[in-house]
Ligand binder design. Structure first.
Ligand SMILES: C[S@@+](CC[C@H](N)C(=O)[O-])C[C@H]1O[C@@H](n2cnc3c(N)ncnc32)[C@H](O)[C@@H]1O
Length: 205
């Protein structure tokens, strides 16, 4: 059974801060202000849930959020630390297995797709696509191959580390740009960080 980042739950945020400082957080919060009022929001692979606190700064209480993360430990940390007033449904399940009805106005996938090989990433995108309403927003943040040797090496090390610790099977980034275009999405805006090693994008349906 896929338990996501259970084995990294106690130190993932600290490790990320040691390696990247606040840059990965910055990338994820960059477009949160685009979430419309009263929106239904689906967050997939949110980890320890710090993003919920960042969302609270933009919308204090009018959102209906579904929070899906395969790691029961990450989800427990997120649930226990959330003290905001948006309505959040925490679901500790694999996104490919969870049963969710209804459509969302916004889907957020922060550093999530880098965990998957091309085929699985395509399956997930296809599934999530059916959950996003027409003209919905997809806030996508992830690593990007900027062809810089040191970043490629770092990515390799991260894949190796999370393969051993969390059973991540991917060993390179899926081509998400191609997949979004294939499903008819248009890119509304983009911000690159860390010399293009991280991208934050707004895709619309
Ligand atoms: C790289 S971490 C990113 C965590 C958080 N978004 C952040 O940037 O701090 C990826 C997250 O995706 C979750 N995950 C991995 N595979 C998943 C799946 N199939 N369904 C749902 N969540 C998954 C992991 O448990 C982990 O919390």
């Amino acid at each position: 059974m896929n338990k996501g980042y259970d084995n990294a739950s106690l130190f993932y945020d600290r490790l990320s801060a040691i390696i990247f400082g606040k840059q990965l957080l910055e990338a994820q919060v960059h477009y949160l202000h685009l979430i419309p009022a009263n929106a239904k929001v689906l967050i997939v692979g949110g980890g320890s849930g710090w993003i919920l606190h960042a969302i609270d700064k933009v919308h204090t209480c009018d959102l209906l959020i579904t929070y899906v993360d395969a790691s029961p430990k990450m989800t427990a940390i997120a649930r226990n630390s959330y003290d905001g007033n948006n309505l959040v449904d925490f679901i500790p399940e694999d996104i490919l297995e969870v049963e969710i009805a209804g459509k969302y106005d916004v889907i957020i996938t922060p550093f999530f797709f880098d965990n998957f090989k091309e085929k699985e990433a395509a399956e997930i995108l296809e599934r999530l696509n059916t959950m996003l309403s027409n003209e919905g927003l997809w806030l996508y943040t992830d690593f990007r191959d900027n062809k810089v040797i040191v970043h490629r090496l770092l990515l390799r090390c991260m894949y190796l580390f999370f393969a051993v610790l969390c059973g991540v099977k991917a060993n390179k980034l899926p081509d998400m740009h191609h997949l979004f275009l294939k499903y008819g999405y248009s890119m509304k805006d983009e911000r690159l960080l860390i010399n293009g090693f991280v991208e934050s994008r707004v895709w619309t349906k």
